[in-house]
Write a protein that binds this ligand. Structure first.
Ligand code: SF4
Ligand code: SF4
Length: 370
């Protein structure tokens, strides 16, 4: 006999339990939507119901007091409902225009002590939405750069484009703090990716004690890791050897074996990739390509990174046609012209023919002239 009330699934509840009533009522029946102004959307359903959404930028790391304030706003205007988007934006939904205007003005009026917006309204249409990013130095084991730190600084530099829609098309920016890329940089208009540039160090004293050596061997995607015996403190011990010219500095082996640390103050930094997108509007989705091979980590304000990203955005804004995504523009004018216009140097470091040329290499065509 089935047990009454038994919980068989401890994962998240089904998403539609949390739909606001108007969303539930019109599920699958939305006709169209418009962006009324930066940060404000209006969705219209077949039966005439409307939903006004006010989108504000959020952060990946939030204090409890900040979350409480967000919930208070949702209680006051939205019947207690709100949603977080995949880009860490927060969306407040209401059903009439007058409430939307009161909500928007309320959000715009809430400021931190220094005067900056607590809930900046924006992130829609042909502007820069909030950045997708990964865990960074605090929360993951293989980062080559931080996540929240550089993202905050880059967003500060391009904040006007979060609140505006002056660009030719949307610009999606993402940051992943290692090349395992749990942050979608491979298909973003601008992708910032943490890169290690040195193979893991090998701690022979601990390798056999801390690690299942066969797991470390199996974890390496390029077969650079092999078991070996080494002399240590006058004794032969089981350990690991790494064939350095096969290593692509991904850190997978460190995931399996803490005796193979890869973080390195001098070797680690950030590469910039450009031109990817997920959308199939006008042209096919595409992968991003590496356009800056290495920028050093420069906490706390990451000046070289922010300057370069801002510069790429400005050159794109000044030269692309309306509706052209960054990669579409670069392909139309030719990537050689992209490098000339931006002043970025094309060097051999940008050529990655390491394993899978379908991904990032420039050598897909004899038309590429560098
Ligand atoms: Fe960890 Fe890499 Fe993801 Fe950063 S990108 S959180 S280092 S797996
Ligand atoms: Fe292999 Fe990656 Fe470890 Fe290098 S860092 S040895 S490529 S698993």
């Amino acid at each position: 006999k089935p047990m009454e009330g038994r919980i068989t699934d401890i994962g998240p509840h089904k998403y539609d339990e949390y739909f606001p009533p108007v969303i539930k009522k019109n599920f699958g029946k939305w006709l169209y939507h418009e962006i009324l102004e930066p940060g404000v959307l209006m969705h219209v359903a077949e039966g005439g119901d409307k939903v006004y959404t006010v989108r504000v930028g959020g952060t990946r790391t939030m204090s409890i007091t900040h979350i409480r304030e967000i919930c208070d706003i949702a209680d006051k205007y939205c019947g207690g409902y709100l949603r977080w988007t995949t880009r860490n934006n927060i969306e407040f939904m209401v059903e009439d225009e007058a409430t939307m205007k009161a909500l928007r003005d309320d959000l715009n009026s809430r400021k931190f002590d220094g005067g900056s917006f607590k809930f900046p309204v924006g992130g829609t249409g042909a502007g820069i939405s909030n950045m997708v990013h990964t865990q960074g130095w605090v929360h993951c084991h293989t980062p080559a750069t931080d996540a929240s730190g550089p993202v905050k600084c880059v967003m500060d530099a391009i904040f006007d484009d979060f609140k505006d829609m002056r660009l030719p098309a949307p610009v999606r920016i993402a940051l992943a703090c290692c090349i395992n890329m749990c942050g979608a940089v491979h298909c973003s208009d601008i992708g910032l990716v943490g890169i290690h540039r040195k193979p893991p160090m090998i701690d022979h004293e601990w390798a056999d004690q801390l690690c299942e050596i066969p797991l470390a061997v199996a974890a390496c995607p390029t077969a650079a890791v092999r078991p070996t015996k080494v002399e240590h403190n006058g004794q032969k011990v089981n350990s690991i050897a790494i064939k350095e010219d096969r290593c692509m500095y991904c850190g997978n082996c460190y995931t399996m074996c803490p005796a193979l640390p890869i973080a390195d103050h001098e070797g680690d930094g950030i590469a910039i990739m450009v031109g990817g997108k997920v959308s199939n509007r006008i042209s096919m989705p595409k992968f991003s390509k590496v356009v800056v091979g290495y920028i050093p980590n420069e906490p706390p304000r990451w000046p070289s990174l922010t300057k370069t990203v801002k510069h790429i955005v400005e050159v794109y804004a000044a030269n692309a046609n309306k509706y052209e995504r960054l990669g579409d523009w670069a392909e139309r004018i030719g990537w050689e012209s992209f490098f000339k216009l931006t002043g970025l140097k094309f060097t051999h470091h940008l050529i990655d023919d390491f394993r899978d040329p379908a991904y990032y290499t420039w050598r897909q065509s004899t038309q590429f002239k560098f």
